[in-house]
Design a protein around this ligand. Sequence first.
Ligand code: ADP
Ligand code: ZN
Length: 218
Amino acid sequence: MIIVLLGAPGAGKGTLATALKDQLGVHHISTGDLIRAEIKGGTPIGLEIKRYVESGGLVPDEVVTKMIEGKIAATAKDGKGYMFDGFPRTSAQAQDLDKILQKNGLQIDFTLYMEASLDIVLKRLTGRRVCKACGALYHLTGMPSKKPGICDKCGGELYQRADDNEDTITKRMTVYAESTRPIIDFYKAQGKLKAVNADREAGEVKAALLKILNDAKS
Ligand code: ADP
Ligand code: ZN
């Protein structure tokens, strides 16, 4: 099963993928996580791309596509399938993904457009907290950890992402509207687009995707 999650920052792509990757037995590939790992590790690529992420812009297509190509090459043979989260984000990336999958004898089953309203995603992003150790996602009021500032899963410290501040969020929303939204039509034209209302709480969105998968089987 190969699913692409589409939607604005804060639509809940990472939350959904984390909740379902084990149940569906797919690899969760988040370019945001891959990019943050390069930056944290201080690798040559990380040093080069840090400024794009911190300003709320996009990392150049070639860099991101290479990361994805490496991940797919390393895992395609295991046949588990993928849930892509945060990739593709531009038309060029969408075309590259089709090509990379094709080279490996694979293709996208469908893309899930997670439709969320602006006021809701803004609240989610400003209140988002992330575990430094395991990457688990929380929200100050919507999905709080049991102990403030501490991860329920691993006891790690929670932090606020540097790009989850108001100015950078505004920039990310503009970038989303200009560069990412157009690829929704690309998938619609291929007959591969399904949509869910992502304003709802995480459990309901998860149930909506499971229903889509079930309906597709019968
Ligand atoms: P969100 O979905 O909340 O914006 P992500 O973790 O997916 O968060 O992305 C964080 C940042 O990483 C983006 O603002 C962008 O700078 C960079 N990034 C992630 N995925 C891509 C991509 N596919 N292409 C270019 N840049 C990306
Ligand atoms: Zn943790």
